[in-house]
Design a protein around this ligand. Structure first.
Ligand code: FMN
Length: 364
């Protein structure tokens, strides 16, 4: 029997009630520039957990202060942040979902203005609360982004331990799963990609090395039963350019990542260079299928999956093991409940998890 959108699946020991995932989405919403999440995060994540997502993955959360994308981004480098995240995970669990967190470092795309109304693009200067971004090589993203400082070999070698400490803290905060941010042109993607990694040390000779060391450090620090997800950009969308990050590189990375203890590849695209991307419903799903088939690893597909029938088909056709629904869930926090209704799935099924208080919401 084929998998269905509303069927449970397991990653290591973690059972997820269905295959609808809330992908990480930055909220730029801490009350101060201290990385401590607050009321907005409790409401935002709680609503989506109550709305039926089996796995709610919290936004890119910086493992060190200089790894934040913008000054009010979430962090997980100290105990105060852990206490604040614990309140979020308690709510997610109480609403019947599992909680994941994306651990990240923005590298050359750190210290930027948040993507909020009336904010400029590019790097926040130091006299406005910004800081000097760092990267594998001193190459700017362009478009108002500062030229980053090239990290020394010793500095790079210390980064995996920052991820490991963050992983430990995330588990202490009650997260059930960890998601390594290796996508969208942030630090790990910058190291993987020849466009941004022109180093001559060991981290340039082997562009995957930092990703491997991060996986190994997290695996050593987190409990063996904690699922590890890796979010990647499958391609820079410059497949004809051997000097870019391409699907074949992602497959190779996925195989090696699996060997090192990554359980799921969360397959996105782009973000390291500005180029035209042919978007449309499910436009990244074919990349998830290739990774799933060629690396023999669980995958989550993402990208303009807004129609429940498309989501259902991607799972039943084994294009991916689960789908993530991002922007559509910003306006429809109960996207999974509504999808179950559209698809004619019994709302009382535990895989849907309709809150009992919404029982009277049944209509046809
Ligand atoms: C407001 C917003 C914030 C985002 N922040 C993150 C993030 O923190 N980490 C990440 O990997 N992707 C991030 N993304 C990308 C989404 O996770 C998702 O991959 C993308 O929106 C495509 O899926 P969708 O078409 O269902 O929205 C963000 C997207 C949005 C709209």
């Amino acid at each position: 029997m084929s998998n269905t959108l509303f069927s449970s699946w397991t990653i290591r020991d973690l059972e997820l009630k269905n295959r609808v995932v809330l992908p990480p989405m930055c909220q730029y919403a801490c009350d101060d520039e201290d990385g401590v999440v607050g009321q907005w995060h409790r409401v935002h994540y709680g609503a989506r957990a109550a709305g039926g997502f089996g796995l709610v993955i919290a936004e890119a959360t910086a493992v060190v202060p200089e790894g934040r994308i913008s000054p009010r981004d979430a962090g997980i480098w100290n105990d105060e942040q852990v206490a604040a995240w614990s309140q979020v995970t308690d709510i997610i669990h109480a609403m019947g979902a599992k909680a994941g967190i994306q651990l990240g470092h923005a590298g050359r795309k750190a210290s930027t203005y948040p993507m909020l109304p009336e904010q400029p693009n590019g790097t926040v200067p130091e006299n406005e609360g910004g800081w000097e971004p760092v990267a594998p090589s001193a190459i700017s993203f362009g478009g108002g982004f500062a030229t980053p400082r090239e990290l020394t070999t010793e500095e790079v070698a210390a980064i995996p331990q920052a991820f490991a400490a963050a992983a430990r803290r995330a588990v202490d905060a009650g997260f059930d799963a960890l998601d390594i941010h290796a996508a969208h042109g942030y630090l790990i993607h910058q190291f993987l990609d020849p466009i941004t990694n022109q180093r001559t040390d060991r981290y340039g000779e082997n562009r995957q090395l930092l990703a491997f060391e991060v996986i190994d450090a997290i695996r050593a620090a987190a409990p063996a039963e904690t699922p590890l997800i890796m979010r990647v950009s499958a391609t820079d969308w410059l497949e004809d350019d051997a000097n870019s990050w391409r699907l074949a590189d992602t497959v190779e990375l996925a195989r090696a990542a699996k060997e090192r203890g990554v359980d799921v590849m969360h397959v996105s695209t782009g973000g390291n260079v500005v180029t035209d991307i042919p978007t449309g419903p499910g436009y990244q799903a074919a990349f998830a299928r290739t990774v799933r088939e060629e690396a023999d690893i669980l995958t989550i597909a993402v990208g303009m999956i807004t129609d429940p029938r498309l989501a259902s088909y991607l799972v039943s056709s084994e294009t991916a093991d689960a789908v993530a629904v991002g922007r559509a869930a910003l306006y429809s926090p109960s996207w999974p409940l509504a999808a179950a209704h559209t698809l004619g799935v019994d709302l009382g099924d535990p895989a849907v998890g309709r809150p009992k208080h919404y029982f009277r919401g049944t209509f046809r």
